[in-house]
Design a protein around this ligand. Structure first.
Ligand SMILES: C[S@@+](CC[C@H](N)C(=O)[O-])C[C@H]1O[C@@H](n2cnc3c(N)ncnc32)[C@H](O)[C@@H]1O
Length: 286
């Protein structure tokens, strides 16, 4: 991967109650209850302009199941780092991985301290899985974290997940450098799971970026070609980098929790609006 600018120093914030957060708003779209009025109001103000959001959040989460199943069952991965893991919901990464490989180990990383609080409760009795508060823009700090050192053996292949978080890495953060730092550290044969919101039309993508980042959530909608460029140097496994609904679809995978009634009017928006979607896949480090 080519190099880009070093980011400015980043610091981890305390829990924001007066601005929406990605973890809580996304969790609401998945059927979660750990959110505040500020998150719900922001989403309800976003959906009239970008009604695709509910579908694509849920399509991403369905992809997560298929990707982790592939990584454990077909690729033989036994250790995962989940960057920007989100609030716990059904079929979290360790639950999917351990269903297919009971010895799988998982480190969850998220910038939102609410995720740590809920994750700790979920993982109280699980010694092969942990959750840490960290900023994925500071990969050096994450890779040196004692829990990462304890659970992850970088001499063995590892799966590093950046699922539905690419849009939170704006160009000024140096996303190629961020990805390259962890990929360089990983053993050959390691795999990267990546997805983010894209727009085929750059103008519509810019409007989405302006709306969401204007609400206080760091955000950059990219085009598919811009995502391909970020991931240059890695080898996508079949079917490549695609709209996630086309990544090894499985009509029999476990369903997500039901959609909240306030969001039901937006379900199915991607049936007609096909220009904004979650794009990504699984890529191998050669
Ligand atoms: C849309 S959710 C995706 C959750 C999960 N990866 C999934 O695919 O279901 C994005 C998550 O990334 C987290 N996030 C955003 N910026 C981050 C950063 N700089 N470092 C770590 N986590 C971050 C948010 O707090 C949120 O939980």
């Amino acid at each position: 991967m080519a190099s880009d600018n070093q980011p400015e120093t980043v610091s981890i914030p305390s829990v924001p109650y007066d601005t929406p957060t990605s973890a809580r708003a996304y969790g609401w779209m998945l059927g979660g209850k750990d959110n505040y009025e500020v998150d719900r109001n922001f989403l309800l103000a976003t959906l009239p302009s970008f009604p695709e959001c509910v579908d694509i959040a849920r399509q991403n989460r369905e992809f997560l199941f298929r990707a982790v199943r592939h990584l454990t069952r077909e690729a033989g991965i036994r250790q995962f780092i989940d960057m920007g893991c989100g609030l716990p919901t059904d079929d979290n990464v360790h639950q999917v991985a351990q269903r297919f490989a009971p010895d799988a180990r998982v480190v969850y990383v998220d910038i939102d301290p609410v995720v740590l609080a809920h994750g700790r409760a979920l993982l109280a009795d699980d010694f092969s899985t942990t959750v840490i508060t960290g900023d994925m823009r500071d990969q050096d700090a994450i890779l040196e974290h004692p829990d990462v050192v304890r659970l992850i053996d970088f001499d063995e292949p590892v799966a590093v997940l950046f699922l539905s978080v690419g849009h939170h890495l704006v160009d000024a953060d140096g996303p190629r450098r961020i990805l390259r730092t962890v990929v360089d550290r990983a053993a050959p044969g390691s795999l990267l799971g990546f997805s983010q919101v894209v727009a085929d039309d750059p103008e519509r993508g810019a409007a989405m970026t302006a709306h969401i980042s204007g609400g206080g959530v760091p955000w950059q909608t990219r085009t598919p070609a811009e995502v391909d460029a970020l991931l240059d140097g890695l080898v996508p496994v079949e079917p490549g980098l695609v709209n996630l609904v086309d990544w090894r679809p499985d009509a029999d995978q476990p369903p997500l929790a039901p959609v909240h009634p306030d969001l039901v009017p937006y379900v199915g928006a991607t049936d007609s609006n096909k220009g904004i979607y979650e794009y990504g896949g699984v890529l191998r480090k050669p």
